[in-house]
Design a protein around this ligand. Sequence first.
Ligand code: ATP
Ligand code: MG
Length: 213
Amino acid sequence: MEFNTPVTIALSKGRIYKQSLPLLEYAGIVPRDDPETSRKLILETSQRNVKLVIIRATDVPTYVQYGAADLGVAGKDVLLEHGGGGLYEPLDLRIARCRMMVAGVPGANLEADRLRVATKYVRTAQSYFAAQGKQVEIIKLYGSMELAPLVGLADLIVDLVESGNTLKANGLVPLQHICDISSRLIVNKAAWKMKHLVVSGLLEAFREAAQSS
Ligand code: ATP
Ligand code: MG
């Protein structure tokens, strides 16, 4: 496809960047630098008009919402926490797949009242337990949730699980499946109108690439 209009795509380092590369390449976009080794936050690409901004996963919806990036790739987990305001979410890219789970020590009593739940996913956890009519106290953490039940900080955690190996290595088990997670293409609402040709072209290219993988 042709890129007649400048377009900026927001991505996070790590698995999302790696798994987005084949999708970008399908659309004719090849980054000029590798964010894992370069310190650059803005990457030029094989397309003069296409730039990538490399930011924290949780910041991707914010950049797209405010139009600092026209498009982005964000995990559904991150979008659920962000709330999705100010952006469109037109496509499930089916990359970076995992599951949002409740986990704890084997035999943890999920029916105890006033359970303490440690998580980075406060909104998701709150609405999950509220929907179950359970009173829980949410403790916000920024990482290493698996530690919380081991040191008595919480009874349960809500976290992403892929293989379950991290839980297992810490003596924890998955207890309840909250939802499946994958990464989504997100689009700034103004860019969707003002840059419609290039944005819809990218959307269709990513749709084809996601289907064929
Ligand atoms: P950081 O690790 O820098 O604190 P992060 O955890 O948000 O940030 P990643 O670990 O790269 O960054 O996760 C980015 C996205 O990938 C998550 O938002 C989620 O959608 C997805 N993801 C996270 N963990 C897994 C996993 N174990 N398997 C598959 N996808 C995952
Ligand atoms: Mg991580």
